[in-house]
Design a protein around this ligand. Structure first.
Ligand code: GRG
Length: 301
């Protein structure tokens, strides 16, 4: 696969089609009671997004020789958790944002109370999917438990929720580099690590492959958040589908804020190199992962 252009686009197009179809299938139907809540959940999950976490999960599964189609329920579970985190992050009590993915945020459409429940519903539904052996098939009980544990740990207070908490606590204050890295590796990096780790388990990875993929995910996850910080400074609201320049306005801890734009860009490139170097023991089958690492730092939204 050409890591720079057309072939990645074609690959992503195929994976995205699989993911969209699976998300429609696995999300509770809007016609089922509580219908308004299911509609609110579907609004956020099925309303676009780059789907980087499920794509990474499928690509990790493929890199270790697994069938990515078997990983689709797990990929959807991770995307549901991601969607919940965005709904809650946008709430008035948190970032109070009106725009997400170019559309009004969940609470603007359904009201604050329903948006809170939509997030809660998505978080729990993710674990319903993973625990059902008629949905996530062909995994051993031990692997299913390992997947559930990995996702719960990385989404919770030792992962994404922890990162969000510290991010809120330090808003507007001067911070040091370890705190900035804690926020980035937890708020964003943790779910990306979980996605790659789960793909590896579903694909039947050997210990050495899992370790390599963990190194890849740690570097790619941090690069993803640095790229997000950079785009907040360099891109326009129209391109991002959410308000640009908001990090600085809120006094958020960011890489460009800490190091300046040029050094933040350099750090993102270095992390891209680390991510790609981590994949040395893999051949052509990890080419999607290499291409995604590159896309992460070159993306425009
Ligand atoms: C509220 C529990 C809780 C957690 C919030 C994800 C998150 C943690 C906050 C969102 C704010 C933010 C900018 C976080 C950094 C992670 C990030 C870049 C989220 C956006 O992810 P993308 O770019 O979004 O993958 P799309 O729309 O493409 O799915």
């Amino acid at each position: 696969m050409d890591t720079n252009g057309g072939e990645l686009q074609a690959y992503l197009g195929r994976q995205l089609a699989l993911i969209e179809e699976a998300l429609h299938r696995f999300m509770p139907a809007a016609a089922i009671r509580p219908d308004r809540l299911h509609e609110a959940m579907r609004y956020s999950v099925l309303g676009g997004g780059k789907r980087i976490r499920p794509v990474l999960l499928l690509a990790a599964c493929e890199a270790v020789g697994g069938d990515p189609r078997k990983a689709l329920p797990a990929a959807c579970a991770v995307e549901m958790i991601h969607a919940y985190s965005l709904i809650h992050d946008d709430l008035p009590a948190m970032d109070n944002d009106d725009l997400r993915r170019g559309r009004p945020t969940n609470h603007k459409v359904y009201g604050e109370a329903t948006a809170i429940l939509a997030g809660d519903g998505l978080l729990t539904e993710a674990f319903v999917l993973l625990s059902r052996n008629d949905v996530l098939t062909d995994v051993t009980t031990a692997d299913r438990l390992a997947i559930i544990n990995l996702l719960a740990t990385h989404a919770g207070t030792r992962g994404m929720v922890g990162g969000q908490m510290v991010d809120m606590e330090v808003e507007g204050s001067t911070i040091d580099l370890p705190i900035l890295e804690y926020i980035h590796t937890h708020k964003t990096g943790a779910l990306i690590k979980a996605a790659v780790g789960i793909g590896a388990i579903v694909g039947g990875a050997l210990a050495q492959q899992r370790e390599a993929l963990q190194r890849y995910a740690a570097a790619a996850g941090l690069a993803f958040q640095i790229a997000d910080d950079i785009l907040d400074v360099t891109a326009m609201t129209d391109e991002l589908g959410k308000r640009s320049g908001s990090d600085q306005q809120r006094g958020k801890a960011t890489y460009p804020g800490f190091f300046g734009l040029a050094e933040a860009q350099q750090r993102a490139r270095e992390l891209n190199d680390i991510a790609i170097d981590s994949l040395q023991l893999f051949g052509e089958e990890a080419q999607p992962l290499r291409a995604i690492a590159r896309y992460i730092i070159e993306r425009s939204y």
